[in-house]
Design a protein around this ligand. Structure first.
Ligand code: G3P
Ligand code: CA
Length: 390
């Protein structure tokens, strides 16, 4: 199995939901010092991987904006994340258009997060493709020009878990990465405080094979806006280590390697015949290698504290201390307030849209020493940090 999946999302509280719209980041779709909130750990090459700003720790990263409250990857979601106080906004997950623009969608397939199905003029664009080894049916950004995509509007991905968010269906268009870079500067000026963003390159090998490489496009835009530097307020992330290595050669921004489930293989490894799995990458040798080109890792929360067969939290692994030993920070993903996304022992009742004991879960995860966390509800994360820091 390849990666790029969030693999923890369902619409119900059972062990595994099946509705495609319920998948958040699904398979069908889908280094150190005080900067970035890593206190107390030094690394020799921090200057090379650097990045300015003393972000609070644990750093609260607005996942796809404030996607617990607004349809993901919209300016409504990004704006709310800042209003709620997120330290960084994941704006956005990046995929390309047919004419080479970068847009903010979690995956190339846009049937689950836009109203494309309601556009008869695009009915003929519906296709079945193999996306990182997974047969996927729908509409794909790489088959649309930017002008065409701009006629669509975003909708809530998981209405069963977030019925209130459907209020905003149809309100916002798909942002481009260039619009995000300008928005970042505008918001920084308006708020009198540096706004940080944390874009992710999605499916880089898949797109490179189609003649739409992501890394060079990202680097070109970062250079255009003078945000390609070690101290720039832009952290870049990808599930494909070779993509992060390519970025390392192109720009000086802080870089993060995302890590899916332990038994999965990054898709670039599958394509190049590298036999290693995530379980290999989280061993000391794997982490040392990552630390040679990246600033941190973004593991699933389950790699930090595994769950048992019933879905309850068990004991933390040594990942946090192993990563810190080689100077890597950890920003695990993804904290969400709703029952189905929480460990079983932190759920309250069985309603799919009800909140569980998310503060209890935060306490357990923060106690491991993680440096930050991606969350769909940044306000909840900030309160949890207040609790934790006292
Ligand atoms: O980027 C951190 C987290 O967003 C990775 O998961 O699938 O939501 O992009 P995903
Ligand atoms: Ca992401």
């Amino acid at each position: 199995m390849g990666t790029q999946e969030s693999n923890e999302e369902t619409s119900g509280t059972g062990a595994g939901g099946t509705g495609r719209r319920a998948l958040l980041g699904a398979a069908v779709l889908g280094a150190g010092g005080a900067v970035l909130g890593m206190a107390g750990t030094a690394r020799a090459d921090g200057a090379r991987h650097g990045g300015g700003g003393n972000l609070p720790k644990p750093t609260i990263i607005g996942h796809r904006g404030a996607s617990g409250y607004r349809p993901e990857h919209t300016f409504g979601s990004y704006q709310l994340a800042l209003d709620l106080g997120a330290d960084i906004v994941e704006a956005g997950d990046l995929v390309p258009t047919k004419d080479g623009h970068l847009v903010c969608r979690h995956e190339p397939e846009i049937g689950g997060t836009t109203d494309v199905a309601d556009h008869p003029e695009f009915a003929g664009r519906k296709k079945t493709k193999l996306l990182d080894g997974v047969s996927t049916t729908g509409w794909f950004t790489e088959d649309f020009t930017l002008a065409e995509l701009k006629t669509l509007r975003a909708v809530e991905r998981i209405p069963a878990n977030r019925p209130h968010n459907t209020l905003y269906d149809g309100r916002w268009e798909i942002p481009t990465f260039e619009e995000v870079l300008r928005w970042q500067d505008e918001q920084t000026r308006k708020r009198g405080k540096q706004v940080w963003i944390y874009p992710e390159l999605k499916h880089p090998t898949y797109f490179r094979k189609q003649g739409l490489p992501l890394e060079e496009r990202v680097a070109k835009l970062l250079r255009k806006y003078r945000k390609d530097r070690r101290t720039s307020p832009v952290i870049l992330q990808s599930f494909e280590p070779t993509s992060v290595q390519r970025l390392h050669r192109l720009v000086d921004n802080p870089l993060v390697v995302l890590l899916s489930s332990a038994n999965s293989r990054p898709w670039d490894f599958v394509e190049t015949g590298d036999p290693r799995t995530v379980a290999d990458l989280v061993k000391p040798a794997g982490l040392r290698e990552i630390a040679s080109y990246a600033r941190g890792i973004g593991p699933t929360l389950d790699l930090v504290i595994p769950r048992d067969a019933q879905g309850n939290l068990t004991r933390p692994t040594t990942l946090v201390s192993d990563a810190h030993k080689v100077g890597l920070i950890l920003h695990p993903y993804t904290m969400r307030n709703e029952n189905p996304f929480l460990p079983a022992d932190f759920r309250k009742g069985t309603d799919a849209d009800a909140y569980g004991d998310v503060f209890g879960a935060y306490k357990a995860y923060f106690a491991t020493g993680i440096d930050g966390v991606f969350t769909d509800q940044p306000d909840t994360g900030l309160l949890a940090r207040e609790d934790f820091n006292g």
